[in-house]
Design a protein around this ligand. Structure first.
Ligand code: OMD
Ligand code: FE2
Length: 453
């Protein structure tokens, strides 16, 4: 039997009242959803026989014994168990998708780097062939660290599916609209939204409106979670209800297909005779989601000084050292600047964490020129950086009225580990050779006499 996937609404669970069609609200909630009535067993996980002849299968996102507040798993009721592949795995090469450790002694990562947006090529590219790794950190085998990528996608995956056993993927679109058809439902994303695809989840990526370009943070470590707000209290920053998890959607389609798996930094492919997106019903708390960055409620200084950018943390992935993240995902969005007698842009800085930034749109206040939409920068561990000469002079002499930073959205993947440039980032991507010149003309103002200069 061939049936179509959910764009038509066919075989998709109905969305709960008051939510965007197709999504359920909440971060890490215990969800339940079924695309056919009574497909989901109630009161138990493993009945002797599941309705509709479905197979029960658990997807464990954490160790069985992880503490209850971190424990994540989902029960899937599917047309065939995932183990039913028709062939063994065969290694394939995706050389531009690199994993840590990826340290080339001939490439210098010690420095401040900035790239222009990477252009699309005429050659059609999918989510797999269009992934370009810029930096890697940590070690994929020991499940610590991360990689940052740019994707350049112009072609939908057809009868082709993918999952990463290595990582959770945080997707930050910058251009174009994409659909993630996943085992657990459908997620559509566009710029100013993000998607989170958990480790082990099978999906295919379709282009809704191309070309598509964006950034990916591949998290080898513990999952992203919401940061504790501390004294800020129970509201603001990213609110749990603004994360949206798709309702169940399945396809019952027999067609020769491939499943590509990323596993310990290598890619393997297997053939399969049907769509693996055949989960008719599921329940659990291990699921993909999307989040609209425009719902992020920034909190800031309302009298003086520039707080640490951790106040703009959307999500944090712990490293095991308390307060020192494997990855922080930080958002610099439009907001009011009101601080009195204050140098308002980011201060000059040397950081034990390494900071990879991307521009989604507009102008970033510390770099009015050169850090452009689609572009990236890297200020690696313990390397000084900060406002360029233009930003410094502008902000030190500005008339300090309340000012709205508008037309701006940039982000940072900040990790406790040094980030190593790939050969692609160092040699093929549009690296700005003159980036550090943006600080070259900063002048000595000190002349031994007191007073502000
Ligand atoms: O532009 C950067 O480098 C990111 C950054 C932003 C900020 O508001 C304070 C410190 C910082 O490193
Ligand atoms: Fe910084």
């Amino acid at each position: 039997m061939t049936t179509s996937f959910a764009p038509s609404g066919l075989h998709q669970a109905t969305s709960p009242l008051g939510t965007t069609a197709g999504y359920m609200p909440g971060f890490g909630n215990d969800f339940e959803t079924e695309a056919l009535p009574d497909a989901l067993p109630q009161g138990m996980n493993s009945p002797q026989k599941v309705n509709y002849g479905l197979y029960g299968e658990q997807l464990s996102g954490t160790a069985f014994t992880a503490p209850s507040h971190q424990n994540e798993r989902t029960w899937c009721y599917r047309i065939r168990p995932s183990v039913k592949h028709t062939h063994r795995f065969q290694k394939i090469d995706l050389p531009l998708w690199a994993s840590a450790p990826n340290v080339d002694p001939d490439i210098i990562s010690l420095g401040q780097y900035r790239w222009d947006p990477i252009e699309h090529s005429k050659e059609p590219r999918t989510w797999l062939t269009g992934m370009r790794t810029m930096t890697t950190a940590g070690d994929v085998n020991t499940q610590v660290g991360m990689a940052s990528h740019v994707y350049l996608v112009t072609q939908s995956m057809v009868d082709a599916y993918f999952y990463s056993a290595d990582s959770e993927m945080l997707v930050v679109p910058q251009e174009g609209r994409m659909r993630f058809c996943t085992e657990l439902g459908i997620i559509d994303v566009e710029p100013q939204e993000i998607a989170i695809l958990p480790r082990g989840l099978v999906y295919r990526v379709e282009v809704l409106d191309g070309p598509c370009r964006g950034f990916v943070c591949e998290n080898y470590g513990q999952k992203f979670e919401l940061p504790g707000r501390g004294p800020i209290g129970a509201n603001c920053m990213a609110n749990p209800r603004d994360f949206k998890t798709p309702v169940a959607a399945f396809e019952d389609r027999d067609a020769p297909s491939t499943v590509t798996v990323k596993w310990c930094g290598q890619f393997h492919e297997t053939k399969i005779g049907h769509s693996p997106l055949d989960v008719v019903a599921w329940h659990g708390n291990y699921a993909p989601c999307k989040y609209d960055l425009r719902t992020y409620c920034p909190v800031g200084a309302i009298l003086f000084d520039h707080p640490d950018p951790s106040i703009f943390t959307v999500l944090t992935a712990p490293s095991g050292v308390e307060g020192t993240a494997n990855i922080d995902f930080v958002l610099f969005r439009d907001r009011w600047m009101v601080a009195e007698d204050t140098f308002r842009p980011p201060w000059y800085h040397k950081n034990v964490m390494s900071e990879l930034m991307g521009n989604i749109f507009g102008i970033y206040d510390a770099k009015p020129k050169g850090f452009i939409p689609g572009g990236m920068s890297l200020h690696n561990m313990m390397l000084p950086h900060g406002p360029d000469k233009i930003a410094f002079e502008g902000a030190s002499n500005a008339d300090l009225q309340a000012e709205k930073l508008e037309n701006t959205m940039s982000f940072m993947f900040e990790t406790r580990f040094p980030q190593h440039l790939t050969s692609f980032a160092a040699k093929d991507a549009p690296l700005q050779d003159d980036y550090i010149d943006c600080w070259a003309d900063i002048e000595k103002k000190f002349d031994g006499t007191p007073g502000k200069k």
